[in-house]
Design a protein around this ligand. Structure first.
Ligand SMILES: CC(C)(COP(=O)(O)OP(=O)(O)OC[C@H]1O[C@@H](n2cnc3c(N)ncnc32)[C@H](O)[C@@H]1OP(=O)(O)O)[C@@H](O)C(=O)NCCC(=O)NCCS
Length: 158
């Protein structure tokens, strides 16, 4: 597999909208963010929206949301384009996300994953997250039904 060169990791801006939308479409079949929602997340949300860029192309992103006065951050989404997977890209983005959250005074990061998403659950387990709850019928399913998920949590000071 070709190795993706080291990315530049930086905050997203509105010029990245087309790139992050393309990444969403490629990475999420059932629950990708709309362009409108991505625009809001970049421009107005209380969060950190980071992109990993290689040769001017967005190859991965991570979105963390905060609530004022709350030390629990929410890892809202993480995605790595297919060509850049399996090379530690998500691990590196997660580390940046954790650093940002600590800088904003958060002590805990929470995330959710589909029960069937082995890559996502593997990523979070590798990064030290614990599965703390089962989320019944949390996600839309491919057959018009629903699929369970898990809530994950990591304490950021260890
Ligand atoms: C999940 C995802 C972000 C992982 O990105 P990645 O850059 O390939 O992950 P990394 O290379 O950083 O992997 C770090 C660790 O995660 C775990 N992991 C990654 N992919 C995995 C897989 N397919 N199966 C099991 N564990 C996996 C491994 O422990 C891996 O460490 P190792 O390579 O030393 O074994 C990527 O597969 C993706 O974007 N998937 C589609 C979108 C998605 O499902 N996002 C998560 C929604 S919450």
């Amino acid at each position: 597999m070709p190795v993706t060169p080291s990315p530049i990791i930086r905050a997203a801006d509105l010029d990245d909208l087309a790139g992050v939308h393309a990444l969403e479409q490629a990475c999420f079949v059932l629950d990708g963010q709309s362009r409108r929602s991505l625009r809001h997340l970049i421009a107005r949300a209380h969060g950190d929206f980071l992109v990993a860029v290689v040769d001017d192309v967005i190859v991965a992103d991570v979105i963390v949301l905060y609530r004022r006065g709350n030390r629990v951050a929410r890892l809202y989404s993480i995605a790595v384009g297919a060509a850049a997977r399996g090379q530690g890209m998500a691990r590196r983005l997660l580390e940046h996300a954790h650093t940002q959250a600590v800088a904003r005074g958060c002590g805990v990061m929470r995330a959710e994953a589909r029960l069937s998403n082995g890559a996502s659950r593997g990523l979070f387990a590798d990064a030290g997250y614990r599965e703390i709850a089962r989320l019944v019928d949390y996600y839309p399913g491919s057959d018009g039904g629903h699929e369970d998920g898990v809530r994950l949590e990591k304490h950021l000071n260890n």
